[in-house]
Ligand binder design. Structure first.
Ligand SMILES: C[S@@+](CC[C@H](N)C(=O)[O-])C[C@H]1O[C@@H](n2cnc3c(N)ncnc32)[C@H](O)[C@@H]1O
Length: 217
């Protein structure tokens, strides 16, 4: 999608993807990212790509986790900090602004401009409605870039599968075969859940929730 598509969604507050209560599947499966023995660090630090103003960031912070995130829309990031009740420090860089407060750092701008150095060491990646937000060719670029900037950190991915003929994305349908073709070169992939999406996608289309855990090969 063009950047203007997303900027317009945020300007018009057309953010049906946003979950005011956060995502229950994160709470259910976060342990795969958080209850791990990392040799070099006990402090967990999770990367949240295409974060919007997700409430899941607040939940991760409440678990003692540090979060680094990327989001195109400054409108979203401003609202995210307002809803957290946190006053960020804002720094301008060549690639855009960086909003920071305590254990939370958000890069405002195109995720494809982020480098491994920007992201730093992360112990996991939480992808909810990021992979599914991108059309096919961009999705391939995204998967390769995410693998690179996070140095193959483990991932928890929450996606949707539905009949793409019934609705144009985003969100796009991303099934197990697609996740496999994008990530199996670098990761072992385990599907943790397939369940019916209650209330349907956009209230119209039957869909399944899919949850994947990726660990570097
Ligand atoms: C479907 S929303 C999901 C937001 C969030 N993950 C959630 O669960 O609520 C996708 C988000 O990705 C952002 N986005 C789209 N393309 C991007 C890019 N190239 N770089 C950074 N963010 C992007 C959009 O502005 C939008 O907020």
């Amino acid at each position: 999608m063009e950047h203007s598509f997303w900027h317009s969604k945020w300007q018009k507050n057309e953010i049906g993807f946003h979950e005011p209560e956060g995502n229950a599947l994160l709470v259910k499966y976060a342990s795969v990212l958080l209850d791990t023995d990392d040799l070099n660090t006990t402090q967990k630090r999770i990367f949240v790509p295409l974060c919007g103003k997700t409430r899941d960031i607040g939940w991760l912070l409440s678990q003692g986790v540090e979060v680094v995130a990327a989001e195109l829309s400054e409108v979203a990031v401003i609202q995210l900090f307002e809803e957290l009740g946190a006053e960020p420090t804002v720094t301008s860089t060549a690639n855009g602004k960086v909003y920071e407060k305590g254990g939370l750092t958000i890069y405002v701008g195109d995720i494809f401009k982020l480098t491994p150095k920007d992201v730093g060491v992360v112990t996991g990646v939480y992808d909810r409605a990021a992979l599914v937000a991108l059309p096919g060719p961009l999705r391939e670029q995204y998967a390769a870039h995410l693998t690179d900037i996070t140095k193959r950190a483990p991932q928890l991915i929450i996606s949707f599968e539905y009949n793409q003929n019934e609705m144009a994305g985003p969100p796009f349908s991303v099934n197990e075969d697609t996740v496999d073709s994008l990530y199996s070169e670098n990761y072992h992939i385990q599907r943790l859940e397939r369940s019916v999406l209650e209330g349907k996608l956009k209230g119209k289309v039957d869909a399944d929730n899919l949850v994947f855990h990726l660990i570097a090969k």
